[in-house]
Design a protein. Sequence first.
Length: 267
Amino acid sequence: MLVVEQNGLKYLTFERFGNVTHGIFSRHGGVSNNHATSLNVGGTVGDEPGSVLANKQILFGALGKNTSSMFDCWQVHGPDYVLANSPHTAASHTNPREIRADALLTANPDVTLFMRFADCTPVLLYDPVRRVVGIAHAGWQGTVKHAASNLVRGFTHIFGSDPGDIQAVIGPSIGPCHYEVGHQVIEQVITSYGRKANELLQESAHGKAHFNMWAANEYDLRNAGVEHIELAGICTACHTNDWFSHRAEKGRTGRFGVIMALPEGME
Ligand SMILES: [Zn+2]
């Protein structure tokens, strides 16, 4: 994992993704000057629409991409993936026909996958053999619905990927140190992960259950046959100076952006 600092931006890249254009962007380097300071890309958090647009342009521009290549969607905490064959830039929660998905994949270098996070777990996938990239958005709901392994199945079903070829990154999200959960979540983790749930739900010093979404998503990916997995190991709630955290900032925060695109000009 590399931390890149450039023009006020600070973002993570991963050597295992080779020449894939990608970044997990911290909150630094944008134009928002409010509770969503500063590189907020969330359109539903009370930030100025003009600032959100400018931030998207900054983020894409930093990696040499145009926002016209963006594939955006309405993230709804579900298990479903969508094949992003061509750019889709009009994402808006006010548009009833908006594409709803929590995982995207593409083999088209003209498409830049884009998703937003603030505590939910970003899962980034790259198959260097079939030349496919994908991102999943896995909060507790996406994690118990197996959004990450569903995305692996998308790679397999659509592009014939061998999960053993896939390189995976589990990005910054709320960590086991901070993610206290209640009965509703506990029950669904047990239903979804069976005996493994004992390890995924750890008891804090105060006797509360903490859900380890990092370990859950790693387990989910391994069950789907993915072997090459890197964990960023960064808790967003521990590091609100760098990352937006819905939990730690009590909902008054922004969303950070993750993008992924295949290099252009490849056969
Ligand atoms: Zn923490």
